[in-house]
Design a protein around this ligand. Structure first.
Ligand code: 2M8
Length: 446
C-alpha cells in the first residue's frame, strides 16, 4: 500500500478494530526495506528513538520486523558505541531532508559505518523496547535477536556513561537539543539563549520541514540557526567528546534522557537473565543512575525534575513534561514518586482517571504555552506512553488508565498524527506517523 492510500481516521472512537487496522496500515506504508520511516514526507530516513518505539509496535503484528528494525539501526552504530540519531537512506535524493549527510559528514570520521549518519544520539529507549517487544512476541527468533542485540545495547550504554558524563556526576549530558528528542521544548530556552547564531544564516539553506508542515507549528529560524551552529561546533571537533566542558555551546543533563538511560540498565538486566548473561552489574548501574538523577535534577522547590544546564550549573526554570519521565524508574524513592504524581495531576498536566484534555508537553498554565508549536505544548503519544508506564510501575493504575483512554481517543478522533492540539485534540504535523501507530498498537493490546 502507498502512503496516499492510508486512511487518516476511523469511523468512531469506539471502533477499536478499525483503529488497529489504521495503525497497521500506517506502519506498513512507512516500512522501507528493513526499517520504518517516521514519516514519508517530513522524516524519510531512519531515526533512532522512533525505531525503538516502532519496533515495539511491530512486535504486535509482525515480530520479524521488530527485530529487523532494531538490527538495521544498530548496523549503523559507530565503533565508539554511539547509535546515531539519523541513519540516512542512500536511495533518497539529495535534499530529501534537511540537514542531510552533507552537513554531518560522518564519512570523514574514523570508526563510522559505511552508510551516512548524523553524529548525535537520542534517548536510549532501545533496550526497554527490545525487552518489551520480546515479551509481546516471546518466540525463539526473538530470543536469538535479543542475544544478538545485547552486546550492541551494552556498547550504547558504555558510550553514554564513558563519553558523555561531562560533569562526572553519573548522568549523561546531551550536546544538542535534537539529542533530547523534544527539540524546541521550553526546557531548552535558557541554554539555547546563550548560543550565538543569526537567523539570517537560514537564507543560505532550504528548510525541508516547513515545506511539509505549517511553519507556525515548527521550530523557528532562530532555533534552526542555533541547531546548525551547535552541530558545526560538535562536528568540527570530530564528534570527539573530548574537552566538551571547555567550550561546547550546549551542555545539558535532561531528566527524560537520563531516566531512559537508567531504565535501559533495568531492561538489560532482564535481557541478560533471559540470554544467560550476568544481570548484576546492570542492576547496580540502574540504581546509581536513579540516585544521581535524584541528587542532581530533582528540584525540591517545584517538586519535579528539571534539566541542569552544565554551562551555568543551574537547573532550568521551565516546568515541562520531561520532569515526569523519571517515573519509569522502578527504584525512584516513594517521596519523589508522590511529588511527580502530584505534578502529573496538577492543572499543569491534568492526568486523571477521566481526562478532559490530553497530556501536554509543557505546563499548560504557563504564559508561553503554545498549543500548536511542536514540543512547546502539543500532546505526543510517546511521552504519554512513557508517563503511563511510569504510573503503572508505581502502582497508579487509575491514572494510567485515564492516560491510555485519552491517547486512544486522540487517534480515534484525528488519526495517526505526529502530535495533537492539547485542547481540541486536532491532528498536527505528519498525518501518518510511525511511533503514533506503533504505540497505539501497544496500548490497544493492554
Ligand atoms: C523530530 O526531530 C527531527 C530532528 O531530529 C526534526 O525535527 O527534523 C523530533 O520530534 C524527534 O524526537 C524525532 O525523533 C524526529 C523524527 O520523528 O523528529
Amino acid at each position: 500500500m502507498t502512503a496516499g492510500a492510508v486512511p487518516t481516521r476511523t469511523s468512531g472512537p469506539t471502533d477499536l478494530a478499525g483503529l488497529r487496522r489504521l495503525a497497521v496500515a500506517t506502519l506498513d506504508a512507512n516500512w522501507e526495506h528493513g526499517h520504518t520511516v517516521p514519516s514519508r514526507t517530513l522524516y524519510p530516513h531512519q531515526w533512532s528513538w522512533d525505531s525503538a518505539f516502532i519496533a515495539l509496535g511491530w512486535a504486535h503484528v509482525r515480530p520479524e520486523r521488530a527485530w529487523q528494525e532494531l538490527t538495521s539501526l544498530f548496523r549503523a552504530q559507530w565503533a565508539d558505541g554511539r547509535v546515531p540519531h539519523i541513519v540516512f537512506n542512500p536511495a533518497l535524493r539529495v535534499g530529501a531532508y534537511f540537514p542531510g549527510p552533507e552537513l554531518w559528514r560522518s564519512a570523514d570520521v574514523e570508526g563510522t559505518p559505511t552508510m551516512d549518519t548524523s553524529g548525535l544520539v537520542q534517548p536510549p529507549v532501545h533496550a526497554l523496547a527490545a525487552l518489551l517487544a520480546y515479551r509481546r512476541a516471546p518466540d525463539p527468533a526473538g530470543l536469538a535477536a535479543l542475544r544478538r542485540l545485547y552486546p550492541a545495547l551494552v556498547a550504547q550504554q558504555r558510550y553514554l556513561a564513558e563519553r558523555r558524563d561531562v560533569a562526572g556526576d553519573g548522568l549523561v549530558c546531551v550536546v544538542h537539543p535534537w539529542e533530547s528528542g523534544l527539540d524546541n521544548s521550553p526546557a531548552w530556552d535558557e541554554p539555547m539563549a546563550a548560543v550565538d547564531a543569526d537567523p539570517a544564516v537560514m537564507r543560505a539553506y532550504r528548510r525541508h520541514d516547513t515545506a511539509h508542515a505549517d511553519a507556525a507549528h515548527r521550530p523557528t529560524d532562530l532555533d534552526y540557526a542555533r541547531y546548525l551552529a551547535i552541530v558545526a561546533a560538535y562536528r568540527d571537533h570530530g564528534y570527539a567528546d573530548r574537552d566538551l566542558a571547555d567550550g561546547h555551546p550546549f551542555l545539558v543533563e535532561c531528566p527524560l534522557f537520563n531516566a531512559a538511560f537508567g531504565a535501559a540498565e533495568h531492561a538489560l538486566a532482564e535481557i541478560a537473565a533471559l540470554t544467560g548473561a550476568d544481570p548484576a552489574a546492570h542492576r547496580v548501574r540502574a540504581d546509581r543512575v536513579t540516585e544521581a538523577l535524584v541528587r542532581r535534577l530533582y528540584d525540591p522547590s517545584t517538586g519535579t525534575f528539571q534539566p541542569r544546564d552544565l554551562r551555568t550549573d543551574r537547573l532550568v526554570g521551565a516546568r515541562t513534561v520531561l520532569g515526569l519521565a523519571p517515573l519509569i524508574l522502578p527504584g525512584l524513592p516513594a517521596r519523589h514518586v508522590d511529588a511527580l504524581v502530584a505534578e502529573a495531576r496538577s492543572p499543569r498536566f491534568g492526568v486523571a482517571r477521566w481526562m478532559d484534555r490530553p497530556l501536554p508537553t509543557y505546563d499548560r498554565t504557563a504564559p508561553d504555552f503554545e498549543p500548536l508549536r511542536y514540543w512547546r505544548g502539543p500532546s505526543w503519544l510517546n511521552i504519554g506512553w512513557l508517563v503511563r508506564r511510569g504510573l503503572l510501575t508505581h502502582g497508579r493504575p487509575e491514572m494510567a488508565a485515564g492516560l491510555r483512554r485519552s491517547m486512544i481517543d486522540l487517534v480515534a478522533g484525528a488519526g495517526c498524527h505526529e502530535y495533537f492540539h492539547p485542547d481540541t485534540g486536532a491532528g498536527l504535523g505528519s498525518p501518518a506517523f510511525g511511533w503514533t501507530a506503533a504505540l497505539l498498537l501497544d496500548l490497544l493490546a493492554d
